[in-house]
Write a protein that binds this ligand. Structure first.
Ligand SMILES: [Zn+2]
Ligand SMILES: [Zn+2]
Length: 334
């Protein structure tokens, strides 16, 4: 039977309607990438200037033997140059879209995927993201920053090459803003972190946990907005990814690979969006950084946008059964 679930991290309700059934994906599978892309070493002039890179110490700046690098986003949505706009009038407010938008090329090989990368390379990538977010957090005027990774053109990827993007802006986005407000209210009432509390409840119930290791837990959220949505939460309370313990990064690489490979095996390489929600500052008691992975399987119809309800035809508990099977199969194949 259909049911409404209140999102414990937001102010909205999700309508879970399993009788509608999940049709074959509107978006198909992400095809294998061509061996070369504009982001490949020596790949073309259309990409932005390099701002940071990891390459052998003996190599010069701009030499093509980088292992990963950050570029000025070639289609940057915001501008780092101070520019004036009028403040708006009456009830209308505007301000300059001042900010920083970097594109992070994760690997020289265009055909690599998050789940196929050498685990030590992925660990280095996760450290590089941490460093780029630390730089972003220290920049003037930054109040919100986000790491996003789009996989597949249908999920908004510009390139068929493993890459992510870091955006740092002076205003907080709607979803993280709501999470922060709800978590702050929870902290005021209970004196505890909402994310830590939900995590301990998920670990007690064990109905939606997909996989876990010493440092991280992957689970399908109670009020999943879309079919097969999963979150990865660190067990340790840290408000900003900048404060992530360096020795936990190999475990983050591991759970990411297990989770994304499980998704890919269970659903035949769907496009997905991965976002990392983080505070700008380390040490906040009421926010807890986390990763959300949203596969693109259904289109948001007018009803969803019109009402603000997300209508999800797959119960998270059902999605988890498929994902657990796919994860168990990985263990067998090892
Ligand atoms: Zn916490
Ligand atoms: Zn979030």
């Amino acid at each position: 039977m259909p049911l409404f679930r209140r999102d414990p991290f937001g102010r909205a309700w999700v309508l879970l309607s399993p009788e509608r059934g999940l049709d074959a994906s509107d978006f198909g599978s992400v095809p294998l990438a061509a061996p070369m892309s504009p982001l490949s070493p020596g790949g073309g002039s259309s990409v932005g200037a390099e701002v940071a890179a990891v390459r052998p110490v003996t190599s010069g700046v701009d030499s093509p033997d980088w292992r990963m690098r950050a570029l000025v986003h070639p289609a940057g949505m915001v501008s780092p140059k101070p520019h004036a706009v009028d403040a708006g009038e009456g009830l209308f407010t505007q301000l300059p879209a001042l900010g920083y938008h970097e594109l992070i090329v994760e690997h020289p090989d265009a055909r690599e995927r998050l789940e196929t990368m050498n685990p030590s390379h992925l660990t280095e990538v996760l450290r590089f993201y941490r460093d780029r977010l630390e730089v972003a957090a220290a920049r003037p005027g930054v109040r919100h920053m986000q790491l996003t990774r789009n996989f597949g053109r249908a999920a908004g990827a510009l390139y068929d090459h493993p890459y992510g993007q870091v955006l740092a802006v002076p205003v907080t986005d709607r979803w993280v803003g709501e999470e922060k407000q709800v978590a702050a209210e929870h902290h005021q009432v209970h004196g505890t972190c909402l994310f830590c509390d939900v995590l301990s409840q998920e670990l007690k119930l064990r109905e939606r946990v997909v996989t876990e290791n010493e440092a991280f837990v992957a689970f399908a959220p109670y009020a999943s907005k879309t079919p097969f949505e999963t979150w990865i939460l660190p067990r340790q309370h840290v408000s900003s990814y900048v404060g992530v313990a360096a020795n936990s990064l190999p475990q983050l690489a591991d759970i990411l690979q297990v989770q994304v490979k499980g998704l890919s095996d269970a659903l035949d390489s769907p496009p997905y969006n991965l976002t990392l929600h983080t505070d700008v500052t380390v040490g906040q008691p009421d926010f807890h950084w986390h990763i959300e992975i949203l596969p693109r399987l259904t289109n948001q119809a007018g009803f969803d946008w019109g009402t603000g309800f997300f209508v999800n035809p797959t119960l998270p508990e059902d999605a988890v059964r498929f994902l657990r099977e796919a994860v168990a199969l990985q263990e067998v194949m090892k």
